[in-house]
Design a protein around this ligand. Structure first.
Ligand SMILES: [Zn+2]
Length: 185
């Protein structure tokens, strides 16, 4: 299962130009191919992109960043695991979504993993709901009913009982958006 801590370290190493995005791709693929037998950092060392000392140093210096990220990583892990288990996405796609999320966080554009997956068009809103639902009951904030079969409109999930928006995913896509509301002023 996706090695979030390893991916954080990997992205930091890319940011510090210790290795390239392509190098990291190679390591991530290797890790997936061997079914997560080794942590990503160990693979980076084994492939000679960084030595153990360099890795320890990076880990030490970036401890704060990693700790910060790990607070949200647990939910990302769970969401990702369900998405893979339901066969909505592959391990490769999950790793790339987590990396995109890490890059966003490092730019101060914190985003939830599900939102990132929708932005990357890896999942749609119905799959998003399905993953969320698999994590437990979701109660409508407006009418307090537990949602079972909500409606979908655009990137919004609507309560099946009171029709109010239960939650919405608003990806920040570059360029004009096809949705009408913003255009009509
Ligand atoms: Zn409701």
């Amino acid at each position: 299962m996706a090695d979030v801590r390893g991916l954080v370290l990997g992205e930091l190493a890319v940011k510090e130009k210790i290795l390239t995005e392509d190098d990291l791709d190679v390591c991530v693929q290797q890790q997936i191919d061997e079914r997560y037998k080794r942590p990503l950092g160990e693979i980076m060392v084994a492939k000679g992109y960084i030595d153990q000392e360099g890795l320890d140093d990076l880990l030490r210096r970036q401890k704060e960043v990693i700790t910060e990220y790990e607070r949200t990583a647990e939910t990302a892990q769970l969401f990702g695991r369900i998405a893979v288990a339901q066969r909505f996405i592959t391990e490769e796609q999950l790793a790339s979504a987590i990396r995109a999320q890490i890059r966003k966080e490092s730019r101060g554009q914190g985003a939830k993993i599900g939102q990132v997956m929708i932005e990357m068009e890896l999942i749609d809103i119905q799959q998003f709901w399905s993953i969320l639902h698999a994590q437990g009951d979701f109660t409508c904030a407006a009418c307090a009913q537990v949602l079972e079969r909500p409606f979908f409109r655009g990137e919004t999930v609507l309560c099946e009982y009171c029709k109010s928006p239960a939650f919405t995913v608003t990806p920040e896509k570059p360029g004009p958006r096809p949705t009408g509301r913003r255009k009509r002023r």
